[in-house]
Design a protein around this ligand. Structure first.
Ligand SMILES: [Zn+2]
Length: 388
């Protein structure tokens, strides 16, 4: 099926890994691609130019947050999220499903939930800002994303909590019914953006395959792998991908939701066949003083399995506040080409800024972490294309 305003084409493969070109209404994205998260219409501490200079080609915005504040109608009155935040490249929005369905459900020891109530028609939830009551239905979630003028809309889903098989099936079936309603609303609105369906099914292979079958049958522009431990645990993410990979259509992008806590997670996801991924971790970690260091190795090897992200530090990052960096004149990472490293900002200076809570720290640190993620994936793409 053809979709006005959206196209995806695989241009090279290497084992399960793919390099592709995705065309949206706001430009072309080369895949695989890491999407920085701009929850409230900003990648925290970075200007749109800062973000673009890291090489980022597409951003993620959060429907739940933007709906609550400042409200999608206000953003629409400014011409949509691109205009409002002054970012002219593609934007993907989540549906808010994860936020509203997890507002209370995932709290340990709780039988029910206290901020949200899920029924077959939608989710009623209370705002974390002021406690006011709101309701998302599949139609509403699509309408909000439409008003934001997002290029890629995500279907409204219930992120499957770890509550056993019966609940995983129930949540999956509800997500499937919601997907049909999201598709109908998306078609009714005729806005030439793309809608992606989300594969759920928890940590159960047969449910995952059943869900993949259903989502793929909807013949939407793209599909996503969500819920369960996808994104949280690299091994679980790989396992989930392996369960359904033989079912994926070759002409559609596959989005691994929430993947990318550290650079090696991206390497694993690309090897598993991911075309897109997002994570708040790079900017969140940067703000807490954790900065990625390391490098992709094995790019001169013909075997993709030999390609790895290697770092001398635990979890592929340094904690800049440590005393050992107090007089360290090196950049965060010797091999990094980001603005922060290329301009020679030293670890000692960054440590000083961090300890002083100087605002410049947040910008310099976030630029570096986002750049590391975006460019790790760009190098992998070059490897897949054979042009490294
Ligand atoms: Zn850097």
């Amino acid at each position: 099926m053809q979709y006005p305003g959206f196209k995806f084409e695989v241009v090279a493969t290497k084992d399960a890994a793919k390099a592709g070109v995705m065309t949206t209404r706001h430009g072309v994205v080369e895949t695989p691609v890491f999407m920085p998260v701009g929850t409230r219409g900003t990648v925290k501490s970075l200007s749109p130019d800062d973000v673009a200079d890291t090489g980022a080609e597409i951003l993620l915005g959060n429907t739940y947050h933007l709906y609550l504040r400042p409200g999608e109608k206000l953003i629409q009155s400014f011409g949509g999220l691109h205009e409002f935040m002054r970012w002219d490249k593609p934007i993907l929005t989540d549906s808010g499903g994860y936020q509203v369905s997890s507002l209370g459900l995932f709290k340990p020891g709780e039988a029910g939930n206290h901020l949200s109530k899920i029924d077959d028609d939608g989710v009623t939830f209370r705002s974390h800002l002021d406690g006011s009551t709101h309701r998302f239905t599949p139609e509403k979630a699509v309408q909000i994303q439409h008003d934001l003028n997002s290029d890629i809309l995500m279907a409204f889903d219930e992120a499957t909590p770890d509550k056993g098989r019966d609940y995983a099936r129930q949540a999956m079936e509800r997500t499937h019914k919601w997907l049909v309603r999201c598709k109908a609303e998306w078609q009714r609105l005729e806005s030439n953006n793309a809608l992606f369906g989300i594969i759920q099914g928890g940590s159960f292979e047969d449910l995952r395959r059943e869900s993949a079958q259903f989502v793929i049958e909807q013949d939407l522009p793209g599909i996503a792998l969500g819920g369960g431990s996808v994104g949280q645990d690299p091994a679980e993410t790989e396992l989930n991908a392996a369960w359904v990979r033989d079912m994926w259509p070759t002409n559609k992008p596959v989005y691994f939701m929430g993947v990318g806590v550290k650079p090696s997670d991206l390497v694993a996801a690309v090897k598993s066949g991911a075309d897109m991924f997002d994570c708040v971790a790079p900017t969140k970690l940067a703000r807490t003083g954790l900065l990625y260091t390391g490098t992709l190795t094995g790019l001169d090897q013909p075997d993709l399995a030999a390609v790895r992200f290697e770092s001398a530090y635990d979890n592929e990052r340094i904690a800049i506040e440590k005393l050992e960096f107090a007089a360290d004149d090196r950049p965060i990472d010797d091999g990094c080409g980001c603005y922060t490293c290329a301009h020679g900002f030293s670890r000692a200076y960054l440590r000083h800024l961090f300890r002083s809570r100087e605002l410049l720290y947040y910008r310099l640190a976030s630029i570096h972490n986002v750049f590391m993620m975006v460019n790790t994936v760009k190098l992998l793409r070059s490897y897949i294309l054979g042009s490294w």
